[in-house]
Design a protein around this ligand. Structure first.
Ligand code: PXL
Length: 283
């Protein structure tokens, strides 16, 4: 049997509402990867649709946890960051990337901070500058169109885009430092929604989409990013992993619609896991 890979997921724990770690952990594990967690904060629910959520910032815990791992000589095949608990965490996570980076480590940054043209309620515009810095340290970045606009300090132009516009955004993203970029939430044609990926070295750009299901489904960026990472860690190409992440996220949304479930509770990604595992080709 092949050596089992180990990943570290650096996101918040939103106790209810299926996003961040409650999504990343099961999906990356489903790819057969030993997945550790570094929680950036703990919230009773995510911030997108519930009144009165609690929020505990874990900024002070990040380095002591990572320092303990250093004493164990722990190594990771992937470091995957998402929603951060404070502005200060950007520099701390950049340091953790430096401390745990080896030849084999894939560093993936999802600059979780905004959607639909707007920053999430707990973030200020300075977060965008910091996230751009963190993205420069990554091997691969996975923003949605809104986050890409904030990172590149450009106006958000909506989800309907031409291939030429998307190409320009992807090229600007890799110019920040990463080798690869995947842009999500793009609509190239009426009724469709998907993602585009770009590899700086090969110059290859690919686009994948599926039926655009109306309404805002929470946590889908985390489902997408986690599925993408799982695919990359089992050895899929960027194109194959992006296509699988698009299809898996889409299936999860379709199942949520069929179950007639409240969208703020996230998507039924669990029910699409058998499909994901089958497509990964792992036994
Ligand atoms: O899915 C992104 C996300 C993660 N974590 C928290 C959030 C959000 C989006 O709103 O509020 C706490």
């Amino acid at each position: 049997m092949k050596r089992q890979k180990r990943a570290l997921a650096i996101h918040d724990i939103s106790c209810v509402g299926r996003c961040s770690l409650t999504v990343a952990l099961p999906i990356i594990c489903a790819a057969g990867v030993d997945t550790g967690v570094l929680p950036t904060s703990i919230l009773s629910t995510h911030t997108g649709g519930f009144e009165g959520f609690t929020f505990r910032d874990l900024t002070e815990d990040l380095l002591p946890i990572a320092d303990h791992w250093k004493t164990l000589n722990l190594e990771f095949d992937a470091l995957y960051s998402g929603f951060l608990g404070s502005f200060e965490q950007i520099d701390l996570i950049a340091k953790i990337f430096d401390d745990f980076r080896t030849e084999k480590t894939l560093i993936m940054v999802d600059p979780v901070m905004a959607d639909n043209g707007q920053l999430y309620s707990i973030y200020s515009p300075e977060m965008a500058k910091g996230m751009a810095k963190l993205c420069s340290k990554a091997d691969i970045v996975v923003p949605n169109l809104t986050e890409a606009a904030f990172i590149l300090d450009e106006p958000y132009g909506g989800e309907k885009r031409t291939h030429a516009e998307v190409e320009e955004i992807l090229k600007k993203l890799v110019a920040l430092g990463p080798k690869q970029a995947v842009l999500t939430g793009i609509s190239f044609s009426e009724g469709m929604l998907g993602a585009a990926c770009y590899d700086k070295e090969s110059g290859e750009m690919s686009y994948f989409d599926g039926e655009h299901i109306e309404g805002y489904y929470h946590g889908t960026g985390d489902v997408f990013g986690s599925a993408l990472l799982g695919g990359l860690l089992v050895g899929m190409s960027l194109e194959r992993a992006t296509k699988l992440a698009v299809d898996y996220t889409n299936k999860s949304i379709v199942l949520t619609r069929e179950a007639n479930q409240e969208r703020r509770y996230g998507v039924c990604f669990e029910r699409a896991l058998p499909y994901y595992i089958k497509e990964l080709g792992i036994e």
